[in-house]
Write a protein that binds this ligand. Structure first.
Ligand code: PA5
Length: 438
């Protein structure tokens, strides 16, 4: 089963245009492999799946320790330091209940006092441990959450609290590493040459997922498969390169928004992760597609009208899962008052699939190009494949666009203003300016 099906964009982009972009695409790919492009100091993720195996045993051992000591693991992190684990967890756990013994609770990804207090209350009668994840070690949201929950842990376990704290950070650098060293927390490495949004396949994503009981070896195997395809396959057969090329062509033709579409709610957070990956990688220098995400058929009853009929600046990338984890056979009803007997003998997933097909056709008719990504099923292996596919395509796509896909200077603007308004030392001048403008 081929991952990328682009037959539904050929009304908008021709095979000749796709072929003509080959040279530029290959140059962009080479920038990732030979490290001569902008941001080349952040390319550690390209080969990481090959070396990840070295880390896996220690991650699994620690995960087992955490499972035995805690019913809740607090995962503290924001942006790339949380979205990958959150995406993996929601894709790979049952809707109700959890995969393993230990529940993951994510904090430090919001400054909401209500959310934070509710988590504090939730932990009152639970054994918990902390995995604090921050590459820089200085990001305000997780740093603040770490302070609050570290104190809570100390109140509960006294001197032993430090044995329940696991820090994932840059080894040898930053405040979090210093704290870990001084207090003896177990540490896991975020390699310096891997940026946050490309770090899900490192301990950043793998430790929490392993604690949740998810097969992280299978995730890495999936990533390795997709890596090999992305690196080895020639252009016309290379899904990641074709995807990058087609997004670029659509962008040049005036499409401004790419919508990640899933018909399976479990993939909602993969959509959030995808938005961060592409948004932070490409949205710069006044350029870039705006990444959005929807859950169909739910959102066909809210955003469907706009997609079908609003401004023609959209295209969609639809995830199609061939075989659902569960299916339900629809039966005849003697009275048929709801008129649904025409569905008897079919399954609920067949209805979902026909909704997908019908929507693709309707949206393409309405001038919304549709790319389809086919995966055979939901599994850790397929999660690893998708993650690597999107990361590689994103790196190529960013270079095609002419931006550095690995920096995120735009994120600093709000932080500076927030620090100034909160009275952080060193921001006095900015504070004065902001208050004057008020
Ligand atoms: O992708 C990125 O680099 C960012 O989204 C970071 O992951 C996010 O800002 C968190 O940074 P840190 O891990 O340094 O706390």
């Amino acid at each position: 089963m081929k991952l990328l099906d682009y037959s539904n964009v050929l009304k908008f982009v021709s095979e000749a245009e796709i072929e003509a972009l080959e040279g530029a695409v290959l140059v962009s790919k080479e920038k990732l492999l030979t490290k001569f492009g902008t941001g080349s100091e952040y390319l550690g993720w390209v080969d990481y799946p090959l070396t990840a195996e070295k880390e896996l045993d220690r991650i699994l051992k620690t995960a087992e320790k955490i499972q035995n000591e805690a019913s809740v693991l607090l995962v503290i992190g924001i942006g790339g330091s949380y979205l990958g684990a959150k995406a993996g967890l929601s894709m790979l756990s049952p809707y109700l209940g959890k995969t393993g013994k230990t529940e993951l609770v994510f904090v430090g990804n919001t400054l909401s006092s209500t959310y934070t207090q509710e988590i504090i209350d939730y932990l009152a009668d639970k054994d918990f441990s902390i995995n604090v994840i921050s590459k820089s070690g200085t990001t305000t949201e997780p740093a603040l959450a770490f302070r609050l929950f570290r104190n809570l842990l100390q109140e509960k376990y006294g001197d032993k609290a430090k044995n329940r704290i696991y820090a994932t950070t840059t080894i040898g650098k930053g405040v979090l590493y210093q704290m870990a060293k001084e207090n003896g927390y177990e540490t896991f490495s975020i390699p310096e040459d891997i940026g946050g949004r490309y770090s899900v396949l490192t301990p950043v994503g793998l430790l929490p997922l392993a604690v949740a009981g998810i097969d992280i070896k299978a995730i890495i195997a999936g990533a390795q498969t997709e890596r090999e395809k992305a690196l080895e396959k020639v252009y016309p057969d290379n899904d990641a390169l074709l995807y990058a090329a087609i997004r670029n062509l659509l962008y040049r033709k005036g499409k401004a928004i790419e919508i990640f579409v899933t018909y399976e709610p479990k993939l909602k957070y993969l959509g959030e992760w995808y938005k961060q990956l592409f948004g932070e990688s490409e949205g710069k220098d006044g350029k870039g597609l705006f990444p959005a995400s929807v859950l169909y058929t739910t959102d066909l009853h809210s955003l469907g009208q706009y997609v079908q009929d609003g401004r023609r600046i959209l295209f969609e990338t639809v995830i199609n899962i061939d075989k659902p984890e569960q299916d339900i056979l629809l039966k005849e009803d003697a009275e048929n008052l709801d008129g649904l007997n025409y569905l008897a003998g079919k399954t609920l997933d067949t209805v979902n699939k026909q909704a997908l097909k019908g929507t693709v056709l309707a949206h393409v008719d309405g001038s919304v190009p549709n790319l389809i990504l086919n995966i055979p099923e939901i599994s850790p292996y397929q999660f690893g494949r998708l993650v690597y596919f999107f990361m590689f395509a994103c790196g190529v796509s960013g270079h095609l666009l002419g931006v550095n896909p690995f920096n995120q200077e735009g994120v600093e603007a709000y932080k500076k203003n927030m620090f100034a308004l909160l009275g952080k030392p060193g921001f006095e001048e900015l504070r004065e300016r902001l208050l004057k403008n008020k």
